[in-house]
Ligand binder design. Structure first.
Ligand code: AMP
Length: 575
């Protein structure tokens, strides 16, 4: 058996340690989690706290805690911890020692070698300080590798073809974008850019400012109360994390403080759209840095083969959306963005030790799942715009929610359709289930319905829709959602129809022709939706739905009836 060389991501906010076993990467738990806060502190009795325990006491004693020591690596100065002063290397060594100890406990043997990652922009002095920290922790640092290189290695252990990879890394307090050229022989960082004072904590700060504003409106200003501020910061971070998977987050803090002898409770809901407005300037800044890094590498957008997401904050949907808009391809995030740098370091360690490595194993969904809603389609309103909730290659289990709104006043029913597929036109995807949620409140249009998709490792998809104001709920479970839903006849018919639309259609059956006409009718009716009055709009939606229902179960007579009804209404509306 070869020697185990552990891989360590010594991060600004969090650190992780991994190793390779039987060819695949394993993360090592430190206590009960694989993510350890990069924090050091002193307890009331002077005991040393590292990781989670230091993080926990930070809320109570920020003055006895050290965070973000990575920012100081390579500097001459010292930092105070209790009565004494320590160099940044010494503090980092305490973090490394904790990781080494966890790895030894987990593997049941002593360990002496590690690969440690550093940002690509780290100077020689900063790299040397990292080596020194390793030595102080009794670890021989067999190699220092760049974080983006480690991420690329985690994704592309086997890389027979040369590739240009953009690594977008947004952690708690730092942002780095790097362009990495990965080829069989060499891996090099072609260019990088970033801001080492930008990260998820800035997003938290925006939410905290929002909370403070809310409290000030009630005549309360806790800005100088460190304990309350620490509680607000934690609550803001939790809400931020919730908003990555759901359209709303509720911040609730019981007895936050006292005012005039009475306890003050905080309860405030945050809408993801408002939150996205708050953080937009930060995202814009990161995208400017992406352009700068690409210019530095002399590459254009189409020349980038992969976009890899690294760092916990890249779970923010707005970031993924903006990158996808910019590059026209889905950024990859199937490897946990918190763990992929440590994973890459472990792979590098195994390669140095002479082990065979097959990569990081993750369970992902092979298909995209979503629903349909009225939206803008090629500049026109269309009732079957596809809204994906769970993207292909998302690690499972996964749960995602989105908000939808009723279109009409007093709308009491919503028909929710569940699709598997990628096409922006939901009708081109495979419908795998549907249900109606009935008895909605009689309120003006814009009533919020939150739909949630939950996919587990066994391919069971649970879909729930809930009226936000009342909690009225309807759900379905689709077994085997990740099986391929063939609908062979339908697909074959569609192919022939596509050929027909392309001008090559001598042999279509009558039903197929009607199918094309029906689709065109549905699109046309969809375009009329916006200009129609409330009642007509209701009728249009019903008739579109009715026709759509007949299409999924082709029955000539039913299609005819449904087409006739819709044609009549369109005719009436246009005349
Ligand atoms: P890292 O330094 O890579 O560990 O990233 C830590 C940052 O990621 C912190 O600011 C976390 O609050 C943030 N983060 C973790 N999970 C999520 C999530 N699901 N959505 C948004 N930010 C997250």
């Amino acid at each position: 058996m070869t020697e185990t060389i552990i891989g360590i991501d010594l991060g600004t906010t969090n650190s992780e340690v991994a190793f390779v076993e039987n060819g695949s990467v394993r993360m090592i738990p430190v206590g009960d989690a694989v993510i350890m806060p990069s924090m050091v502190g002193l307890a009331d009795d002077g005991a040393l706290l590292v990781g989670r325990s230091a993080h926990n006491q930070y809320v109570l004693h920020p003055e006895r805690s050290i965070r973000s020591i990575k920012r100081r690596m390579g500097e001459e100065g010292k930092v105070a911890l209790g009565e004494k002063q320590y160099t940044p290397q010494e503090i980092s060594a305490l973090i490394l020692r904790r990781l080494k100890q966890a790895a030894e406990d987990y593997l049941g043997k002593p360990l002496s070698k590690a690969v440690i990652t550093v940002p690509a922009y780290f100077s020689d002095a900063q790299r040397q300080a990292t080596r020194d920290a390793g030595q102080l922790a009794d670890l021989e640092v067999v190699r220092i590798i760049n974080e983006p290189t480690a991420a690329a290695l985690a994704y592309e252990v086997e890389h027979p073809e040369a590739k240009n990879i953009l690594v977008y890394d947004l952690g708690g307090g730092t942002f780095d974008v790097s362009v990495v050229r990965l080829s069989k022989e060499v891996t090099e960082v072609l260019a990088g850019h970033g801001n080492n004072h930008l990260g998820g904590e800035d997003f938290d700060a925006k939410l905290v400012a929002h909370l403070l504003e809310h409290l000030r409106e009630q005549g309360i200003d806790p800005a100088t109360n460190a304990v309350v501020m620490a509680r607000l910061t934690r609550a803001a971070e939790r809400a931020k994390i919730d908003l990555s998977d759901a359209p709303f987050a509720l911040i609730e803090e019981e007895h936050l403080l006292s005012k005039d002898g009475h306890p003050v409770h905080l309860s405030l809901e945050i809408d993801r759209l408002d939150y996205e407005e708050m953080i937009k300037p930060y995202i814009d800044e990161t995208l400017e840095a992406v352009h700068t890094a690409m210019e530095g590498a002399g590459l254009t957008i189409p020349e980038i083969d992969e976009i890899l997401l690294v760092g916990g904050a890249t779970r923010t949907p707005l970031i993924q959306r903006r990158l996808e808009e910019l590059f026209g391809k889905q950024p990859r995030n199937e490897i946990d963005p918190d763990l992929c740098v440590a994973g890459g370091a472990a792979i590098q360690g195994a390669v140095i030790a002479g082990d065979k490595v097959s990569g990081v194993l993750v369970d992902v969904t092979p298909y995209t799942f979503g629903t349909s809603a009225v939206g803008d389609f090629n500049g026109e309103p269309y009732p079957f715009c596809y809204v994906h909730l769970i993207r292909k290659n998302s690690p499972v289990p996964v749960t995602k929610s989105e908000a939808f709104y009723t279109l009409q006043d007093n709308q009491e029913t919503i028909h929710v359709r569940v699709y598997q597929g990628e096409d922006p036109d939901a009708l081109n995807n495979t419908e795998i289930g549907s249900y109606r949620i009935e008895g909605l409140s009689k309120v003006p249009a814009g009533n919020t319905i939150v739909t949630t998709f939950s996919l587990d490792v066994n391919g069971i998809l649970k879909v729930t829709s809930k009226e936000k104001r009342t909690g009225l709920e309807k759900r379905i479970t689709i077994e085997n959602a990740t099986a391929r839903f063939e609908q062979e006849e339908m697909n074959a018919a569609r192919e022939r129809i596509d050929a027909l639309i392309g001008g090559n259609g001598s042999q279509v059956t009558r039903v197929e022709r009607e199918y094309v006409q029906a689709r065109a009718l549905i699109e046309k009716a969809g375009r009329l939706l916006e200009s129609a009055g409330t009642e007509d709009r209701e009728d249009l939606v019903d008739l579109i739905e009715a026709l759509r229902d007949t299409l999924s179960n082709p029955d000539e007579a039913a299609i005819h009836r449904a087409m006739d009804q819709l044609t009549d209404l369109i005719y009436y509306l246009e005349s």
